[in-house]
Design a protein around this ligand. Structure first.
Ligand SMILES: Nc1ncnc2c1ncn2[C@@H]1O[C@H](COP(=O)(O)OP(=O)(O)OP(=O)(O)O)[C@@H](O)[C@H]1O
Length: 456
């Protein structure tokens, strides 16, 4: 669809000239002679952009006043001011009030077309960013209200304010990168860049050029800026720091001491202001003991250590995470949301989740794709991916276990009751009141039952 451009000018010659040039380029144009006509055009159908004369002789509102009216109603619509010779100061004032740019009379056709194309492109990009932000709240919010997640959020909030280096420790897929992003977003560097480098995914040979950049062999210009340079004024997140080669560890140590480094193959010292957040799923103490990681580097990087707990320590977050992922996946892929039946939720909450939140998310997506049907479909336990259902260590062994068949009924029932109750208690994170409510017993009766079954 051709872009629709409104041209507001009291001079017929200028209106015709601008309209002619833009129409030759394939734009659709409308014209207005004064502020009343302009406002009527805008309210009849919002144009994609406006060219607006600063003076507007014989009009109720002058260009600046009209600009303010338009911006109040449509803050994202680009407005380019047309200024007469010697009006530059007014044009600058217009930009301060939200105009995208200005062109000075007399102008060349090329300049007019360039300004229009850029303004429309910027407006499109802004709209896309806004839409993507709406679609992807997932990128920056830590979901979960379990005590350990609340504690993590509190620690992040405190640590974000300080400028100190942070080491985030936690198993794979538990949310270390998300925690690092949250730290960055809550810090005074939030407006600066957040650059990620994954030490496990980069070969030792490439690690230095990725971090420090590469100098052009024959000239002064850098051929490639490294992650440290890109992160200037912001945060550098080094994922899986335990996998960083020893040689690079030595170099990064030097950066930490005086915040300067040299590009690969270069001699110039580059000074940067970067906050480093690192993460590891490995036990760095063991890596230090084995001589694979520098102890002094560890102490420098781990001024504030933060632990992200595995999902198995916060099973009560699972329903909220599932809801969150369903919303997100449904918004980004168009798949309908589903309802999770009680039996399926019990299995999902009892599963060990070695791949943590990432694995949970992938399984939610798999279920949404494979379930078929619409939002009315209720996911039952037998519809879950097989490896989820079969890897539930806390599920009653009496249900599928063979040994139950060798027991008399009374003892088999005891085995079942014990395993069933242990599984439910673990699912509710050892909260007896919530377990009692779910299994349909009084709290005191559940206590007595557990005592009789020998469960502590
Ligand atoms: N608390 C949470 N709330 C919402 N989404 C989460 C949460 N934790 C993790 N995720 C999501 O799970 C996925 C994995 O998280 P992330 O990449 O942060 O984990 P990680 O610990 O850095 O993993 P790795 O060790 O493999 O690098 C991401 O899609 C992330 O958005």
């Amino acid at each position: 669809m051709a872009h629709d451009i409104l041209i507001v000018d009291d001079e017929a010659d200028i209106r015709d000239l601008v309209a002619g040039i833009l129409e030759d380029e394939g734009f659709t144009t409308r014209t207005a002679r004064n502020s009343d006509e302009a406002l009527a055009e805008v309210s009849s159908r919002r144009p994609h952009m406006v060219f607006l004369d600063i003076w507007l002789q014989g009009s109720k509102l002058d260009g600046l006043q009209l600009l303010e009216m338009i911006k109040q109603d449509s803050p994202d619509m680009p407005v380019v001011m047309i200024s007469g010779h010697g009006n530059i100061e007014t044009a600058v004032a217009a930009i301060k009030r939200g105009a995208y740019d200005f062109i000075e009379k007399p102008f060349k056709a090329d300049r007019l077309i360039l300004v229009a194309t850029r303004a429309l492109e910027t407006s499109r990009l802004k709209r896309e960013v806004r839409e993507l932000k709406q679609l992807a709240p997932a990128a920056s919010s830590l979901v979960g209200r379990s005590p350990c997640m609340n504690q993590l959020r509190q620690t992040i909030e405190r640590a974000a304010k300080a400028n100190s280096r942070i080491m985030i420790v936690g198993p794979s897929g538990s949310g270390k990168e998300l925690a690092a992003r949250t730290l960055h977003n809550q810090s005074s560097r939030a407006e600066g860049p957040f650059v990620v480098i994954n030490a496990a995914a980069i070969t030792p040979e490439r690690m230095e050029s990725e971090l420090f950049g590469v100098e052009q062999v024959d000239g002064q210009q850098p051929r490639k800026a490294g992650a440290l340079e890109e992160a200037h004024g912001g945060t550098l997140f080094i994922d899986e720091i335990g996998d960083m080669p020893r040689e690079t560890q030595n170099k990064i140590m030097r950066v930490l001491v005086d915040q300067t480094f040299q590009r690969s193959g270069g001699a110039t010292k580059i000074k940067v202001d970067v906050r480093i957040i690192s993460s590891t799923a490995r036990n760095l103490e063991e890596e230090i003991a084995a001589g694979r990681f520098r102890e002094d580097l560890y102490h420098r990087l781990s001024v504030v250590p933060i632990r992200v707990p595995p999902l198995s320590e916060r099973r009560e977050d699972i329903p909220e995470l599932i809801e969150f992922f369903m919303d997100h996946i449904s918004a980004t892929s168009g798949l309908p949301k589903r309802q999770i039946g009680d039996d399926a939720m019990a299995v999902l909450q009892s599963h060990v989740w070695p791949g943590n939140v990432r694995q949970l998310r992938n399984n939610v997506e798999r279920v949404m794709i494979l379930a078929g049907g619409g939002p009315e479909v209720i996911i039952t336990a037998d519809m879950l991916p097989q490896d989820v259902g079969s890897m539930v260590p806390a599920m009653p062994s009496g249900v599928n276990g063979e040994h139950i068949m060798g027991l008399p009924l009374r003892e088999a029932r005891e085995v079942f009751e014990r395993d069933y109750l242990i599984a439910q208690i673990s699912r509710f994170s050892n909260n007896i009141s919530r377990t009692a409510e779910f299994v349909g017993m009084e709290r005191s009766a559940l206590h007595r039952k557990l005592k009789a079954l020998g469960v502590n």
